[in-house]
Ligand binder design. Structure first.
Ligand SMILES: CC(C)(COP(=O)(O)OP(=O)(O)OC[C@H]1O[C@@H](n2cnc3c(N)ncnc32)[C@H](O)[C@@H]1OP(=O)(O)O)[C@@H](O)C(=O)NCCC(=O)NCCS
Length: 255
C-alpha cells in the first residue's frame, strides 16, 4: 500500500520493456469488456501492447493506494474531451489522475484532487519543429524560439510542447483549448504561464515541473490548486501487478 499525502503528487513511470510476456498474459483479465473491444481495434501489435500495459498500470496503481479495491473492479468514464476519471467504486476522497504514453514509456500522475496533467514525449523522433511551432504555439513562444540557435531551438521546442500538452490535459480539454491562447516563458529560469486576456485564470495557482528521463524521453507535469499551496512530487517505477519502487528524479526546471 502507498500513501498519497495531500501535498504530494506521485509520478509513476512504467517502462514497456519491464513487462515480459508472462506478466503481460495476466493483464487482459483486468480489463472491462469495453476496454477489450478498444484493445481489439488497434491494428498494430505495438499499440495493442501499449494499451494493455496502460490499462493494467492505472488499475494496479489505483489498487496500491486503495488496497480494498481489486484492480479489475475499477470503472472509468470520460468527459466530453476524452479525459478518463474514476466512476466506481464510490470513494470518500477521489484521486485525480492523468496518463500519457509514448514509445517505450507510460507515465501516470496521481494526486488527491486538483487539476492535474502530464505529458511524455519521445524527443529523439524527427519533426519539423519550427513549422509545428508556427502553427500551434503563441506569438511570444515562436519569437523566443526564433531567437535561439538551431540546437537550442529543438530542445526548447520539446520543453514547450510537453508543457503545453500537460497544461491542456490538466484542464481536461485536450486540443479544444487553442494552443496559441497561452504562453510559457522561461526567462527568469523558472516556468511561468500567461494567458490570452479572455481566460480568467490566476497564473500563480499553477505549478509545473519538467524532467529529462533519458536522451529519449521528456516529461512535463502541470498542477493547479489554491494559490500558495506548494506540492512536492515523488517519482516511482511501476511494473503493473509486480512491483513499485521509489526512484529519485530531479526536475531540470520548475515554476
Ligand atoms: C488527447 C490529447 C489530450 C493528448 O494526446 P497525446 O499527447 O497524443 O497523448 P498522451 O499519451 O499524452 O495522452 C493520452 C491520454 O490522455 C488522456 N486523455 C485523453 N483525453 C484527455 C483530455 N481531454 N484531457 C486530459 N487527458 C486526456 C487519456 O488517458 C489518454 O490515454 P488513454 O486513451 O490510453 O487513456 C490531445 O492533447 C492531443 O490529441 N494532442 C495531440 C498532440 C498535438 O498535436 N500537439 C501539437 C503540438 S503542441
Amino acid at each position: 500500500m502507498a500513501f498519497l499525502a495531500r501535498d504530494e503528487i506521485h509520478l509513476l513511470l512504467i517502462s514497456e520493456e519491464a513487462v515480459d510476456d508472462e506478466l503481460l498474459a495476466h493483464y487482459p483479465a483486468l480489463l472491462s469488456s469495453e476496454e477489450m473491444v478498444r484493445h481489439a481495434r488497434f491494428r498494430f501489435a505495438e499499440d495493442r501492447r501499449r494499451f494493455l500495459i496502460t490499462r493494467a498500470a492505472i488499475r494496479s496503481a489505483l489498487s496500491i493506494y486503495f488496497p480494498d479495491v481489486a484492480p479489475a473492479v475499477w470503472q472509468f468514464s470520460s468527459n466530453v474531451h476524452g479525459r478518463p476519471a474514476i466512476s466506481a467504486p464510490v470513494l470518500v476522497n477521489v484521486p485525480t489522475f492523468n496518463i500519457s504514453h509514448t514509445n517505450g514509456l507510460i507515465v501516470i500522475a496521481i494526486a488527491n484532487g486538483g487539476e492535474l496533467g502530464v505529458d511524455v514525449e519521445s524527443v529523439g523522433r524527427s519533426s519539423s519543429t519550427l513549422e509545428v511551432a508556427d502553427r500551434f504555439f503563441s506569438r511570444q513562444e515562436v519569437s523566443a524560439l526564433m531567437a535561439l540557435s538551431e540546437s537550442e531551438r529543438r530542445s526548447r521546442f520539446f520543453d514547450l510542447w510537453t508543457l503545453k500538452e500537460a497544461w491542456i490535459k490538466a484542464l481536461g480539454m485536450g486540443l479544444a483549448m487553442p494552443l496559441h491562447s497561452f504562453s510559457f516563458d522561461f526567462s527568469e529560469s523558472r516556468i511561468a504561464i500567461s494567458f490570452a486576456c479572455e481566460r480568467n485564470d490566476d497564473p500563480t495557482r499553477w505549478q509545473f515541473w519538467q524532467w529529462r528521463l533519458s536522451t529519449e524521453h521528456q516529461v512535463a507535469l502541470a498542477f493547479a490548486t489554491e494559490p500558495g499551496k506548494k506540492m512536492r512530487v515523488l517519482t516511482r517505477n511501476l511494473v503493473p501487478m509486480r512491483s513499485i519502487e521509489l526512484v529519485e528524479l530531479v526536475p531540470f526546471r520548475t515554476s
